[in-house]
Design a protein around this ligand. Structure first.
Ligand code: FES
Length: 99
């Protein structure tokens, strides 16, 4: 479906983000949704209230399936927000994220 650009290229910089309190280095070319999908996979993005997984669908701002907390602000569209150095991201949704 998607193919990641070569992250080892010298033109790709990395930034440190915090996901659920854990530091990660990711390419600065990613959106928040792409970074979380890369780090946690689609089943680890967010949960329905019954605990079943849900994940970003359109990656272009239409479906609202990528809602996530960014720097303390809930319900941000992760597919529209590029990662930036020091960004703090928290997954949201019902149930546990640990399967
Ligand atoms: S993935 Fe559809 S709005 Fe973000």
């Amino acid at each position: 479906m998607f193919k990641r650009l070569d992250a080892s290229s010298t033109s790709v910089r990395h930034v440190q983000i915090w996901l659920d309190g854990e530091p990660h280095s990711v390419p600065d070319t990613l959106t928040v949704a792409a970074a979380v999908l890369q780090l946690r996979g689609w089943q680890g993005y967010r949960r329905h209230v019954d605990g079943s997984p849900r994940a970003p669908l359109c990656m272009m701002g239409a479906c609202q399936e990528c809602l996530i907390t960014i720097d303390g602000r809930a319900n941000r569209q992760g597919c529209l927000e590029p990662v930036v150095e020091g960004m703090r991201i928290e997954r949201q949704g019902g149930g546990s994220h640990e399967a």
